[in-house]
Each structure stands twice: as structure tokens, then as C-alpha cells.
Design a protein around this ligand. Structure first.
Ligand code: SAH
Ligand code: SF4
Ligand code: F3S
Length: 487
């Protein structure tokens, strides 16, 4: 296994453990690798590892890092949880995310009874909550390893320990200012990839647990980001998604501050890179400079995810979002003026403490005025430790559910109308896969993220194709290929 020009099998395990990162982790990868090889010889078969991911794009990217390390250690990847190593990368943004994890852990415990050498690991945002770890310690004794969001880079070290120690290993850090670069990554797609540009969040929206479980905002240096993107492109990637909880505040705390718009300009220069996406934008920090850069860019996709959360200025204030309904609408107007063909998507929460029917009507009003291409709608979930959880005017669940249903209906009705606007035009589509229902079709995405299905085969995966959109089927298009671009 050669990684970053280092052959893991050549590392001398009798040498002292390196103090520096990432060398220290390479050492532990080599150590775990020798342990896995031994076990595999004993069993006469390969060892399998399964990674399950909950939550957002940030977690999905973290899971690619976990899988990269598991691969370096010598595990074979499997989708089945009846494996030798199972890790859950958890999310805690809403209560039902937590409930799903507990539900599935019960099942894992049963698998482990049949396969006692199985290692069960948990990491991610849920683990940063002390009451969660307490519960796991008490009621889920079969778990081998628990770590959090700040020390994921030490995964190899923890695996090496879990392979040799019987007791439950728990290591949770409160925060970190460290960013460890150059660890292995196993990408899910060959042609597109997420790229972290920053970690953590400083916004403290009053309902949100993320700042508590992901820590303070830390930006990666532009050179590190650009180098990673160049490496990805040389490895076949044509589309990158720049990831951060609030990309619009990227670079503010760097030694040499850089704006997100400037970073985009640099990323755009990467030869061979065809498309750039990013997530998420906070409306309060979306600059005029960014709108200009996007409008001029050939590579930045025509899509902006701009979470609204509520249409009521009164509720927005209580949410600590730091913009008003009017400011949001005015921002949308400026964006649309610069890019009339842009697709806008959003996140909305209903049932925030103190939300009245009038407040809810304000949200519906914004939805009707902006006409989002799609919206993720959520019922407010009370997160222990956040300011909103302590507010005394919590909304009864049946009221929340009723507003949620009405909002969803409105959002879907509008989305259907909006989505059909490009029918009978030619659009560039990045082909992602063979169609799941019909193997004579391929499925890809337009610049504005809408799905298109059209005739083709697997040789097209990862290429950009010009496609004529023949028909809109609600939220996606059917099309026919027009001409092939170079592969
Ligand atoms: N950083 C991103 C969002 C991260 S969480 C942003 O600022 O937009 C993704 C979405 O989950 C949020 O946009 C919000 O709509 C939703 N969410 C967060 N906390 C929630 C809670 N306590 N209850 C319900 N939805 C919540
Ligand atoms: Fe949560 Fe707000 Fe930060 Fe988004 S910006 S992660 S909603 S605190
Ligand atoms: Fe969930 Fe953590 Fe993302 S709480 S939404 S996985 S940052």
C-alpha cells in the first residue's frame, strides 16, 4: 500500500512512534495493517469493513476519509453490517437522526454476538454530546470505540488500539485548532468530490447544535485547498463541491485573510476542472463580490443553496440569523438580476418556539415570492444546550405538523412549476450513473443541479454531454443527446 510515496509495509514498527502528524498516523496504519493481515491469515479470508453515514455533506466527506484509512489498513469495503468492522458516522442536528442510530445499534449488538471479534465504532457529531456518550457507556457496552469530530484524523491510531484492547476506547475532544492534511481518502465517485474549505461554525443560530459539536470556525489555507483540487483533477475529478457550514465567511480568520470570492477565482483557474459547486451560503455574509464572481464564471454552477429558515423577521431575530425578511428578498433580487437562470434552493424550519400563524404566513409569503427550485423543510427539533431549547413558548407537535404539511404542499407545487422552465432547451449534463430503472439510459445533472435521464451507456459516466431536454417530469427531465464533447 503506497500512500503519498510512503510504502506502509516498509515502515519499521520497532522504531519509536512519530510525534508529528500525519507521520504518526502512517505509523498506526502500518501497525493496524499488520494486525489485520495476521487476523485475516488466521481466518483464511479477508476482513470486511462497513461505514454508515448519517447527516450532511461534511459527514459524507469525513466518511470518505474513514474509508480511505480503513482501506490503507487492509479492510475490504462492504455494504453489509455483518462485517468485521462497522463504523457509524453520526449526525445530531435533529432528534430523529439520533433515534435512528440507537435503533440500528440494537441490531449491530446482535451481529456481534455471532461474530465476537467484530469491532463496532461510533464517531461524528452525536459523540460530541456528553449525554449521548453517557448513555452509550451505560446501555451499549458492546461498542469498542467512540471518538468525536475533532480527532477523526487519529482514526488509524484508534483502530490499532481497538484491534488489541478489549475495553471500550473513548476519546472525545472539546475543540481543536489543528487541521491535519494528507491522510488517505476513498472517494465515492471517480469524477466528483467534496473538498472541505473550512470546519466548524461561529454563527450560533439559536436552534442549532452544529457550533457545539463541530467547534469554532477554521479555514484551510488556500494553497492546501488548491493543491488538493489539482490532485483530484489529475485523478479524474471534473466537479468539486467546496464544503463549509458557512462558506461566505471563508478565510476571515486566516493569517492572511482571503475572501470566498477570491478563493473561487483561484479554484476556477484549475486546468481540467469543469464545474465548481459550494455549500452552504449564509445570507448574512453573501457578498456583492461573490455575486459578481459567480455571474462571470464559466465553471461555478448556476445553483445557490441559500437557507431561509423562516420568513418572519421576528422569528429570524429569535433564531439569531442576523437578516430580515426584507433583506433576504432583496438579496434574492440582486442574485437573480445578475444571474437570471440561477436555481435557488433553501432550508426552512417550521414550529420554532414562539412561531405564530402570522409568522408562518410570512414564511409562505417568501416561498411564494422567491419560488425556490426546491426546499428542505424541517420540523423544529429541540436540541439540548441550544438557546432555543430553553425558550418557554415551544409549539405543540400537532401545530408544527399542520404547518409542515401546508408548507411542503406549497413548496412542491411551486418546485414543479419552476423545474419545467428549461424544457426544449439544450443543456450541459454531467453524467453520473446508469439509470436505476432503465439500463439503456444514463442519469446526470445540469449545472443547476436538476437531474436529466437520456439514452447512453457507462462510457459516458464522468463526462459532460450536451442534451436536448424533451420533457419535464416534475422534478427531472428526459432528454436526447445532441453532440459529444471530448471525454
Ligand atoms: N450551515 C447550514 C446548515 C446546517 S444544518 C446553514 O447555516 O444553513 C442543515 C439544516 O438543518 C439547517 O439549515 C436547518 O434548516 C436545519 N436545522 C438545524 N437545526 C435544526 C433544528 N434544531 N430543528 C430543525 N431543523 C434544524
Ligand atoms: Fe447551524 Fe447556523 Fe451554523 Fe448553519 S450557520 S451550522 S444553521 S449555527
Ligand atoms: Fe449533522 Fe453534524 Fe452535519 S450534526 S448536519 S452531520 S455537521
Amino acid at each position: 500500500m503506497i500512500y503519498q510515496n510512503i510504502d506502509l509495509d516498509q515502515i519499521d514498527l520497532n522504531c519509536p512512534v512519530p510525534e508529528e502528524e500525519p507521520e504518526r498516523q502512517y505509523y498506526y496504519m502500518a501497525l493496524a495493517r499488520s494486525l489485520v493481515r495476521e487476523k485475516s491469515r488466521e481466518l483464511g479470508r479477508p476482513l470486511y469493513a462497513c461505514t454508515q453515514t448519517f447527516g450532511c455533506q461534511m459527514n459524507a466527506r469525513d466518511s470518505e476519509k474513514l474509508e480511505g484509512i480503513l482501506e490503507a489498513i487492509g479492510y475490504e469495503k462492504t455494504e453489509s453490517e455483518k462485517a468485521d468492522f462497522v463504523i457509524y458516522n453520526t449526525c445530531t442536528v435533529r432528534e430523529n437522526a439520533n433515534l435512528r442510530v440507537y435503533g440500528r445499534l440494537g441490531q449491530l449488538g446482535k451481529y456481534k454476538k455471532k461474530n465476537p471479534h467484530m469491532i463496532i465504532a461510533l464517531c461524528g457529531c452525536m459523540m460530541q454530546e456528553p449525554q449521548v456518550v453517557e448513555k452509550l457507556k451505560k446501555s451499549y457496552r458492546f461498542i469498542n470505540l467512540i471518538f468525536g469530530t475533532h480527532n477523526l484524523y487519529r482514526f488509524a491510531e484508534y483502530v490499532a488500539r481497538a484491534l488489541t484492547e478489549d475495553s471500550m476506547i473513548i476519546d472525545i475532544w472539546k475543540d481543536t485548532d489543528q487541521i491535519v492534511e494528507n491522510l488517505p481518502v476513498d472517494r465515492k465517485y471517480s469524477f466528483k468530490s467534496g473538498v472541505n474549505i473550512m470546519f466548524g461554525c461561529n454563527n450560533f443560530c439559536s436552534y442549532c447544535i452544529v457550533p457545539y459539536v463541530r467547534g469554532r470556525e477554521r479555514s484551510r489555507k488556500p494553497e492546501e485547498i488548491l493543491q488538493e483540487i489539482r490532485r483530484l483533477v489529475s485523478d479524474g475529478v471534473v466537479e468539486v463541491m467546496l464544503l463549509g457550514q458557512n462558506v461566505n465567511s471563508y478565510g476571515k480568520n486566516l493569517e492572511q485573510p482571503v475572501s470566498f470570492a477570491k478563493l473561487l477565482l483561484e479554484v476556477e483557474k484549475t486546468e481540467g476542472l469543469k464545474r465548481i459547486r459550494f455549500m452552504t451560503s449564509h445570507p448574512k455574509d453573501l457578498s456583492e463580490e461573490l455575486i459578481e464572481v459567480m455571474a462571470k464564471s464559466k465553471k461555478v454552477c448556476r445553483h445557490l443553496h441559500l437557507p431561509l429558515q423562516s420568513g418572519s423577521s421576528r422569528i429570524l431575530k429569535r433564531m439569531n440569523r442576523r437578516y430580515t425578511k426584507e433583506q433576504y428578498l432583496e438579496l434574492v433580487e440582486r442574485i437573480r438580476k445578475a444571474m437570471p437562470d440561477i436555481s435557488l434552493t433553501t432550508d426552512i424550519i417550521v414550529g420554532f418556539p414562539g412561531e405564530t400563524e402570522e409568522d408562518f404566513q410570512e414564511t409562505l409569503d417568501v416561498v411564494r415570492r422567491v419560488r425556490f427550485d426546491s426546499a428542505f423543510t424541517f420540523q423544529y427539533s429541540r436540541r439540548t444546550g441550544t438557546p432555543a431549547a430553553a425558550m418557554d413558548d415551544q409549539i405543540p407537535p400537532e401545530v408544527v405538523k399542520d404547518r409542515f404539511d401546508r408548507l411542503l404542499e406549497e413548496v412542491q407545487k411551486i418546485a414543479k412549476e419552476v423545474c419545467s422552465r428549461d424544457v426544449h432547451t439544450v443543456q450541459e449534463v454531467l453524467v453520473e450513473s446508469i439509470n436505476e430503472q432503465d439500463a439503456s439510459l444514463v442519469t446526470g445533472r445540469m449545472s443547476n443541479n436538476t437531474l436529466v435521464h437520456f439514452p447512453g451507456d457507462s462510457s459516458l459516466i464522468g463526462t459532460l454531454q450536451k442534451v436536448y431536454l424533451t420533457e419535464c417530469k416534475g422534478f427531472y427531465y428526459m432528454g436526447t443527446p445532441v453532440a459529444t464533447e471530448e471525454k
